[in-house]
Design a binder for this molecule. Structure first.
Ligand SMILES: [Zn+2]
Length: 285
């Protein structure tokens, strides 16, 4: 098994023109093959793949990892596992695998899913095939191109001076609170989506939406666009459908929130709290 190097550079690419030595990760649905010894993502070299005994449905070129060509292998349903390996849900490896491997796994899982869901043309119903140049499935009958889907979402930390608006989603497993998020509707601007989502979910009006940063969130296909926004007016009223509890929290007494290392929601919160904390320091002007 190859070591996961936190300093490795990954470059996404659509076709393998370098013909370099290959390395592989292995996927089955939303699960990844892990090395049982270190309980982390398994990165295989060509020999290990060759003698692994695994049955592979298809190989997908993902890009370049340092001087290697990186491929994702899609495991057959009934395939045996390589020795000392097992499958683990991608999501459960967040914060465990090095950060630079997140994009690799995110891209791999999404491309495999896209391929499997785009085998037929949505326009004429005939079989599609991989386009020679574009990262797209192509229908020869009607020239339809089906690109991998990315669904943009807004995720917003609403603040009112020293207080942060955090919400508990009905689907969260524990009493974890987070920022508000939602999909951008067709035809909507990002700013309109922020204002509509927050009004719908907690009945609050906001202003001064400021872009913070983004994160690919492949559960599934989401691109999270992170924003800060300021409270204008309204009493908190959770929608009861997605959000069951929403409250203002003082930055010194926050509930359990997502860790900043693995989620943009956590980063938004950390960033705001850091700004307020600096103001508290003696001598700050
Ligand atoms: Zn077609």
């Amino acid at each position: 098994m190859k070591d996961l190097n936190p300093k490795s550079l990954f470059i996404p690419e659509n076709s393998d023109s370098r013909q370099a030595d290959k390395v592989y990760i292995v996927i089955k649905g939303d699960e990844l093959l892990i090395d049982n010894v270190n309980q982390n993502l398994a990165l295989l070299n060509a020999d290990q793949y060759k003698w692994s005994g695994m049955k592979i449905k298809r190989e997908y070129f993902i890009g370049y990892l340092d001087n290697y060509s990186l491929y994702a292998l899609e495991l057959e349903m009934n395939s045996p596992f390589m020795e000392e390996t097992s499958l683990r849900p991608f999501r459960s490896l967040l914060g465990i695998m090095p950060d630079n491997y997140f994009i690799i796994c995110s891209r791999s899982v999404q491309l495999v899913e896209w391929y499997n869901k785009s085998k037929f043309c949505g326009s004429c119903g005939l079989k599609t095939s991989l386009h020679g140049v574009e990262k797209a499935m192509y229908c020869k009958e009607c020239n339809n191109l089906i690109y991998p889907r990315i669904s943009p979402c807004v995720i917003t930390l609403v603040t009112n001076k020293e207080k942060l608006l955090l919400a508990h989603n009905k689907n969260f497993p524990s009493q974890i609170y987070s920022t508000l998020a939602g999909f951008i509707e067709v035809g909507e601007t990002v700013e309109e989506a922020i204002q509509r989502e927050i009004l719908e979910e907690v009945n609050i009006e906001v202003t001064n939406c400021t872009y913070f940063g983004s994160q690919s969130w492949p559960f599934p296909n989401q691109l999270m666009l992170g924003f800060h926004a300021e409270y204008v007016t309204g009493e908190i009223k959770p929608d009861g459908e997605e959000i069951d509890v929403a409250k203002w929290f003082h930055y010194k007494s926050l509930p359990q929130v997502p860790p900043g290392r693995i989620s943009i929601s956590g980063k938004l919160i950390e960033n705001y709290v850091n700004k307020l904390t600096k103001k508290d320091l003696p001598g700050f002007t």
